[in-house]
Design a protein around this ligand. Sequence first.
Ligand SMILES: [Fe+2]
Ligand SMILES: [Fe+2]
Length: 250
Amino acid sequence: MLSAKSIFHEIRHNPDAFRLLLSVAAKGEAQGGWENERIATLTRDPELARKVLRHGADETKHGLIFSKILQKAKLDKVDVPLEGDYCMLLESRGIGLPHERLKQDTPLESDEFLKYLVHSKVTEERASEEVNMMLRVFADDPALAPSLRVIADDEINHVSYTHEELIKLCAQGHEDKIMRMLKQYAMAEIRVYREVGQVFVRNMAQVLGWSWPKKMLLEFGVFATYLVERTITWRRLVTLRPPMRPNALG
Ligand SMILES: [Fe+2]
Ligand SMILES: [Fe+2]
């Protein structure tokens, strides 16, 4: 039977598929690290800048962890297909701050900081779910589980931090705007997540030589998840709750 567990185990046991999986993960984390480090430099409030910098350092560390797993397995990184690049697809939909803006040296306006924070809240929620799913799948894998546990723990801090900062801004009178932005960003992210999922299935189908019915079934699974998220479970991406770990990045 096809399950996330059986698919990820199949990927784990094929070197080409495994290095594609970890290359995608390493690139996403390293990119998040660079973005957060730039945002920290452009943030006026020193206390917030420190938190963003710590967030960036965590993401850079996650990228290195995935690269190290590849090195240990004596596998080289592969290029991530552009059409499956989660961060860049989000940027192309106007979500968060564009790379061109981050390369400039002008400090961020409050509206720009809000864009960054709402983007982080939605994407950190997703990152936390993804790493927990991988942790469930690879719980008994000694080469992966300890690293995934470290990353999963950091992601709780990141989610807590974004909730906490957005709740503070809501209390300062920005609630309506934040809720509107959260919904817009969540809907865009759900679409991008589906696109990335379909590209992932197609690439893995090619590497692993999946039959046409198997590939179609998995693509349908991605689409079904999209429909459920779009109609029902999107609310989890926009809900703000008191942080599980207060002052997690303080
Ligand atoms: Fe991360
Ligand atoms: Fe994170």
